[in-house]
Design a protein around this ligand. Structure first.
Ligand code: ADE
Length: 226
């Protein structure tokens, strides 16, 4: 899968893809992530990419031209399944959407907003899907784009190994994940549940399922209703 991320602050996106599981996925060629600086597509001699909002008001708006130029270049090189715009007023991102995207999409463009956002005409004519990662406002779409890319990439087959398998994730079966423990079996008198030390795989599985349901009921009952 290939993900192209367009940003006015590309440095914000350097970290998330340069470490650990995502870096390995990229090194192995399972996923490709390309970060594009929108300023590189400005024809202005000062690399300007934004302008005042028509009608007045505080805040600058990202202009159409540099963004469209970048997207046109990418589209001329390959087909894209979706041009996604990260925005707090988009569709709320969930594990279900991450699964669908990871399974169905081959190439996607993710456009990060900044300042007051992007010219609405980009949303009307170029963007095909708008995603929010939650009901709060970030300074830009970059961190949100990294969240979306991370959650999609880790679901691609062979990105995670047995130990980090996505099958036991919270939400994957509409349940939160059960608690986990590691050595020592006792610390300051705090004990690991006996059952986990029993070696009885079937009983352990049942216990984990029970705990997952208990936790989901207590913390996110809405998931059980869904
Ligand atoms: N940009 C700013 N806030 C955002 C959010 N909550 N989700 C997606 N993109 C954003």
């Amino acid at each position: 899968m290939r993900i192209d991320i367009l940003s006015a602050v590309p440095k914000l996106l350097e970290g998330p893809f340069s470490h650990s599981i995502l870096q390995r996925a990229i090194d192995k060629g399972i996923a490709e992530v390309h970060i594009h600086d929108i300023r590189d597509y400005s024809l202005d001699k000062h690399r300007k990419i934004d302008d005042y909002a028509f009608g007045g008001g505080a805040g600058m708006v990202l202009s159409i031209e540099p963004i469209e130029r970048c997207i046109d270049k990418l589209k001329a090189e390959r087909d894209y399944d979706e041009v996604i715009y990260m925005s707090p007023d988009g569709e709320l991102f969930t594990q279900k959407i991450a699964n669908q995207m990871s399974f169905n999409y081959k190439n996607i463009i993710i456009l990060c907003g900044h300042y007051k956002g992007i010219d609405e005409r980009l949303r009307e004519h170029i963007v095909t899907r708008e995603i929010s990662i939650g009901d709060y406002v970030l300074t830009g779409g970059e961190l949100a784009a990294a969240v979306v890319a991370d959650s999609i990439i880790r679901l691609i087959p062979n990105v995670l190994n047995n130990e980090t398998s996505a099958l036991t994730d919270s939400f994957q079966d509409d349940l939160l994940a059960p608690p986990v423990y590691t050595r020592p079996a006792e610390y300051k008198g705090w004990k690991v549940p006996e059952i986990l030390l029993s070696g009885d795989d079937k009983k352990i599985e049942e216990w984990r399922h029970e705990k997952a349901i208990e936790r989901t009921k207590a913390r996110r009952p809405g998931l059980l209703e869904d």
